[in-house]
Design a protein around this ligand. Structure first.
Ligand SMILES: NC(=O)c1ccc[n+]([C@@H]2O[C@H](COP(=O)([O-])OP(=O)(O)OC[C@H]3O[C@@H](n4cnc5c(N)ncnc54)[C@H](OP(=O)(O)O)[C@@H]3O)[C@@H](O)[C@H]2O)c1
Length: 333
């Protein structure tokens, strides 16, 4: 019988998670039931939302269970199948990452075209983070050609695409913030941002005001906290903030204070709107056509930070929370 290693939640973190919150366990891979497939995972994703799932709280995705394997996006090759729809040799996208082999119903797997793009792209630019950036900018942020866009977490999976999508769609000025001098350089020199700053260098409000002398029209918020407050201050009349994430608070033990300047939303008639990518599946065909086209024409720069081995998946996740990634953080299995 085949064996597989999987990462389980050993305990729930208080504040910042550590390696001790995870456990690597070897298990037997069961034979597939009728209609099931066995997948040898090739890449798995580590994402910020998984931090929320380590807490025992009700949210839009159920919490991970102590003693059980974690899960999340993965791409792999089918090595066993009792399904007519999905064959051995197919490459599939599915939701049972954090393990070397996954056994699942074929109906829960999406067969991919391995020749259309590198497999890792389906966990990044052509996957959930890509659609988040696309739907957030266009549907939630109602971005229009020629507007000025500010995105936080700009060197990460979602943020790096938000900025590039805005430029490709004719933005007048795209500004990004990130957590190191190298990332700031990357945003301007490699990704084509008009301006970028390191949020650790000086107050965000000051740096944003200098980078956006005419204000901003859309703020794509991956970070929350002082970034959100600074953006409310910089948004122009009828500006929109896309509330995508708040990673500066994911390890907080106490509730974070709200933006102190929310009153400005009245006078400036701002829209602050939450985004959940799964609400925007209907945009997926348009997203694949437009972003797939940009990829084929080599008009998008796609960065990945790839860590090797299931045993290093917790370190990849913890590293992503600390900003060790440029572009999408992935684990190659
Ligand atoms: N709503 C949705 O449907 C949806 C879907 C996908 C993602 N998201 C959210 O989108 C955001 C980005 O996700 P992603 O997958 O693209 O992750 P990512 O940006 O690739 O990785 C996380 C990044 O967050 C930054 N970070 C960590 N702590 C920070 C802090 N205190 N202040 C500012 N930045 C900090 C780090 O970069 P630095 O080096 O720059 O600090 C790190 O690289 C997250 O908030 C995530 O929860 C939401």
């Amino acid at each position: 019988m085949r064996t597989s290693r999987e990462v389980r939640l050993a305990s729930r973190p208080q504040g910042w998670p550590t390696a001790e919150n995870f456990e690597l366990v070897e298990v037997d891979v069961p034979a597939p039931d009728p209609g099931q497939i066995v997948v040898r995972n090739l890449f798995m994703s580590v994402d910020p939302y998984m931090r929320g799932r380590m807490n025992d709280v009700k949210s839009y995705v159920p919490p991970f269970q102590v003693g059980a394997a974690l899960d999340g996006g993965a791409v792999g090759e089918v090595v066993g199948s009792t399904s007519d729809a999905v064959k051995v040799g197919d490459v599939v996208l599915h939701g049972l990452g954090w393990r070397e082999y996954a056994v699942l119903n074929a109906a829960h797997a999406k067969v991919l075209d391995p020749n259309a793009a590198p497999l890792s792209a389906y966990l990044g630019v052509l996957g959930m983070p890509g659609l988040t950036a696309y739907a957030g900018l266009l549907a939630v942020g109602e971005y229009k050609d020629g507007e000025t866009v500010f995105v936080s977490g700009a060197a990460g999976a979602v943020g790096s695409l938000v900025g590039q999508f805005a430029k490709l769609r004719g933005s007048k000025r795209v500004i990004g913030s990130a957590g190191s001098a190298e990332k700031v350089k990357h945003l301007v020199e490699d990704l084509g941002f008009d301006a970028a700053f390191n949020y650790k260098d000086a107050p965000v409000a000051e740096q944003l005001a200098a980078a956006a002398p005419d204000g901003i029209d859309v703020y794509f918020d991956n970070v929350g906290g002082d970034h959100r407050e600074a953006a409310i201050g910089a948004l122009n009349v009828h500006g929109r903030a896309v509330l995508c994430g708040a990673i500066s608070h994911y390890n907080d033990v106490d509730a974070a204070p709200g933006p102190r300047n929310l009153m400005q939303a009245i006078g400036k008639r701002l829209t602050l709107r939450g985004l959940l990518v799964r609400d925007h599946e209907s945009l997926a065909p348009q997203f694949v056509t437009e972003v797939g086209g940009w990829l084929r024409e080599a008009r998008l720069v796609v960065e990945e930070t790839v860590v090797e081995g299931i045993e290093n998946a917790p370190a990849a996740f913890l590293g992503m929370l600390r900003g060790e990634n440029t572009g999408k953080m992935l684990v190659k299995l």
